[in-house]
Design a binder for this molecule. Structure first.
Ligand code: DGP
Length: 115
């Protein structure tokens, strides 16, 4: 699958508010925030969807969760709570085909699914 805009953000070829980056993952603010805190945590390697995860990705996926928890603490939303979400393909509402973990918080997020 061809790369997405997220690869360019990871390589810092286009602007984004990058909050964290290391050898495995990058975290940056979502351009269309759905909550007061809306951060995307992505693996540096382009994994198109959750369905494309392979055993070699486990380190990056674990890092994504740890970084999400750290960023939530830094944002001051840990005590009230937050939501971590990965959309997969059409039914999941995925728009960018580079796996990303949404960190959402800063207000009550309501029920998990809009019906
Ligand atoms: P999803 O629907 O799960 O694929 O979410 C894609 C998210 O990516 C969506 O919330 C908006 C965000 N997004 C799309 N393009 C850009 C971009 O160029 N920069 C940033 N920072 N976020 C983007």
């Amino acid at each position: 699958m061809s790369e997405t805009i997220f690869s360019k953000i990871i390589r810092r070829e286009i602007p984004a508010e990058i909050l964290y980056q290391d050898d495995l993952v990058t975290a940056f603010r979502d351009i269309q925030p759905q909550a007061p805190v809306h951060i995307l945590i992505v693996p540096n390697r382009q994994i198109p969807t959750a369905d494309d995860i392979v055993p070699e990705d486990e380190a990056a996926l674990g890092r994504m969760l740890r970084v999400a928890a750290d960023l939530a603490r830094e944002a001051g939303i840990s005590q009230d709570g937050y939501r971590l979400m990965i959309n997969c393909r059409e039914h999941g509402g995925q728009e960018v085909f580079h796996l990303h973990l949404h960190l959402l918080g800063g207000c009550s997020l309501g029920p998990m699914l809009a019906r």
